[in-house]
Structures are given as C-alpha cells and as structure tokens.
Ligand binder design. Structure first.
Ligand code: NAD
Length: 358
C-alpha cells in the first residue's frame, strides 16, 4: 500500500507523527506500507511556493491513500487567495475527485461530560454525516468581488458566489450515502434548503429518485435550519445525514461538539473507486501548535477509516478503534477532553498509549 503523508501546518506535524506511530506498528508486524512525505498548505508555499506543489499532487495521485494533518496559519492570511493554504486543500480534493466526505460523530461514553449538551441527550450518539465535497458554492463559477453600480448610482463592491449542483453530482454522493445507511441503521436524512433554493430543489428530487434503488433505507428530508436545530435538540434521531458542501461543512462542525471535542473526529474523502484522503476534521490550531498538547485521536481514527474504506480491512480498522476506546477508558486525556479525575497527557504520550493498547 502506497501512502502519501502530508502533515501540513500548525499541529499537523505533531498529530500526523502519532498516526504514523500506529502505521509503524502495523508495518513492524509485516503490513506492506510504503510512506512518502509531501508538502501541502503553508508548508507547500514555504518549500515550493505553492500550497499544492506539483510534486505533492503527483505523489498523491500515485498513492493508494493520502494521510493529511491540517493546513493554515495566520502568517499566510495576507497572501493572494490562490496561494493561501486552504486553496491547496480545496485543490487536492478537486484534483483527486474526492467527492464524498464521510464524517462520523460518535460519542465515547466516558466523554459525555466533555460534550456541551446534557449527557442524556448525547449518550450513545453515533451519526455519520456524508458531505458532498467537490461542488456547491465553494467551487461554483462565477465568483468574485467586483465594482457595480449601487442604489445611489455610485460604484460599490459586491461579493458573489454561485451555488450549483448537477444531477450527476448529487446522484453519486446519494449512492454513497444510501450504501453507508444500508450497512448502519438504514435511515438517511437528506439536508437542503429546497424551500428557498432551486439548487436544493434539484438535490431533493435527485435524492428521492436514487431512494427508489434502496427500498430498505428510510429516507427523510430536512431544511438545513431545522437540521441544525434538531442536531442539538435530539441528535440521536439521526443515523446517516447526506448534504451539500457548505451545509455539510457547518453541520459537521456542529456535530463535532456533540461528541466533546473537534480533536476526536476523523474523516474520509473518497473518489468513485474508494481511493481516499484521510484527515481529522479540525484545522491547524495555531493557538496550540508546537506545544505537544494537541489531541491526535482524530488523526489516528482517520487511519482506522483508511483501513475500513480504502484498504477494505475492517479487522485492522476495528483494532485501531478498539485501542482508542481502550485509552479513553483507561483515563488518558489531552487537554481538550480533560475533566477532573482523568490523566492529562501530551500529544505524543497519547500516541504512545494507543500504540501500547494495540
Ligand atoms: P481549528 O480547528 O484549527 O481550531 C479551532 C479550536 O479547536 C482551537 O481552539 C484549537 O486549539 C482547537 N483544536 C483543533 N484541533 C485540536 C486538537 N486536535 N486538539 C486540541 N484542540 C484542537 O480551527 P480555526 O482556529 O478556525 O482555524 C485555524 C487554521 O486552520 C486556519 O488557518 C484555518 O483556515 C485552518 N483550517 C484548516 C482545516 C483543514 O486543514 N482541514 C480545517 C479548518 C480550519
């Protein structure tokens, strides 16, 4: 298995180093894993003048899977937009055609106290959000900021983006979501804003058409504002949620807090052949970078997802997830999930604990 490892910026290097420890265990046991490192984000700009250098793209295209840390940092915020770290991330998703982003939100019982909601509301939470990742307002053209004539006849700046989905884009992500729902609780909720947006109206129609091919799955639809409310009112009503790029971006961050910390949540971004890029859902956390205090579990759990979805090796995925459950049960906590009476550990000590549990 060829793996492109792209640590990126901020805490990216620290958390990816812990995930690599887990991969090294498997390698030591004989798994054929080849890891090759590349630059992305600010690190790509610093090293090669591009947030997605050609070398990184080539490495990622040739790999079976990509393991990514995070990108971004305040020192890059004044760069021209195409040179900013986040553009590198958007481009790699688009270039590798990673249209289906899987974001589980799962609450470990021991972390119920770290959730911002009441323990009884979140206990046993297990949601999978399937977010479309290569379309929508993030990529739609035209986009820009330009001068137009304002109401008083004077020129003023307007900013604009285009929300756009084609039938085929909706259909392929709907198939992924129905397929996942089939293997879980067989309930799928499609989230859009069809009462206001034509783009959402098409989304709703196409998802309903695809539903006919999955009679075992119960399909429901919610407007995104209601879905946001339901996610905090009664999150356990959801099994799988499928939604577009921008709504999924917001809802999955919201769902992450239900589970205690953004530092716990992995993600997978898949193409049509289950080639994937695996990364934690959080960013580069510049506020805590370089201090060895970040939570590496989201990145380690991203390796588990890599085994489950790209390498179709559920046993190894289960083994990594079980090791994470074990260290949580043993009371190991990084600062973001620490509560009174538990054992506060560094990022690297958490990585070591997972390795020991494996
Ligand atoms: P962030 O996710 O980096 O951080 C939000 C908060 O969560 C911070 O307080 C941070 O310390 C904390 N946090 C995040 N991950 C953590 C972890 N593993 N352990 C403990 N605490 C953790 O989001 P932000 O502050 O809005 O953005 C910072 C930078 O990251 C920006 O440049 C942004 O563009 C970028 N970003 C990148 C990605 C990505 O690479 N996928 C995603 C979101 C934001």
């Amino acid at each position: 298995m060829k793996l492109a490892v792209l640590p990126g910026d901020g805490i990216g290097k620290e958390i990816v180093a812990q995930a690599v420890k887990v991969l090294d265990v498997l390698k030591g046991e004989g798994a054929g894993i080849e890891m090759e490192y590349g630059h992305i984000g600010g690190a790509g700009y610093d090293a090669e003048g591009d947030p997605l250098p050609e070398t990184t793209l080539k490495l990622s295209r040739e790999a079976d899977a990509v393991l990514l840390g995070a990108v971004g940092g305040p020192q890059y915020d004044k760069l021209d937009r195409p040179l900013r770290p986040e553009r590198g991330l958007l481009r790699i998703r688009k270039e590798l055609n990673l249209f289906a982003n899987l974001r589980p939100a799962l609450l470990y019982p021991e972390l119920a106290g770290a959730s911002s909601l009441k323990p009884e509301v979140v206990a046993g939470l297990d949601i999978m959000i399937v977010r479309e990742l290569t379309g929508d307002v993030y990529f739609g053209q035209p986009r820009g900021i330009e001068m137009r004539v304002g109401p008083n006849g004077q020129g003023e700046r307007v900013g604009f983006n285009t929300m756009i989905y084609s039938e085929s884009e909706v259909r392929r992500v709907a198939h992924v979501a129905f397929g996942i729902a089939l293997k879980r609780g067989r309930r799928l909720c499609s989230v859009e804003k069809a009462n206001v947006l034509e783009c959402s109206e098409l989304w709703r129609d196409v998802v309903a058409e695809v539903a006919k091919e999955y009679p075992e799955v119960e399909l429901s639809s919610l407007y995104v504002d209601n879905a946001a409310m339901q996610l905090v009112r009664n999150p356990k009503q959801f099994d799988v949620i499928v939604t577009g790029n921008i709504f999924g971006d917001i809802l999955s961050d919201q769902a992450s807090m239900l589970s205690g910390s953004i530092g716990m949540l992995p993600s997978a971004s898949l193409d049509e052949h289950n080639k994937g890029m695996y990364e934690p859902i959080h960013g580069s956390a510049p506020d805590i970078a370089g201090r060895d205090i970040a939570n590496p579990l989201a990145t380690i759990l991203s390796v588990a997802m890599m085994y489950r979805y790209t390498f179709a090796d559920a046993a190894t995925a289960d083994r990594i997830e079980t090791a994470v459950k074990k260290v949580i049960a043993q009371g190991y906590r990084t600062g973001d999930i620490w509560t009174e009476g538990t054992n506060r550990v560094s990022c690297s000590a958490m990585g070591d604990a997972v390795v020991a549990a494996m």
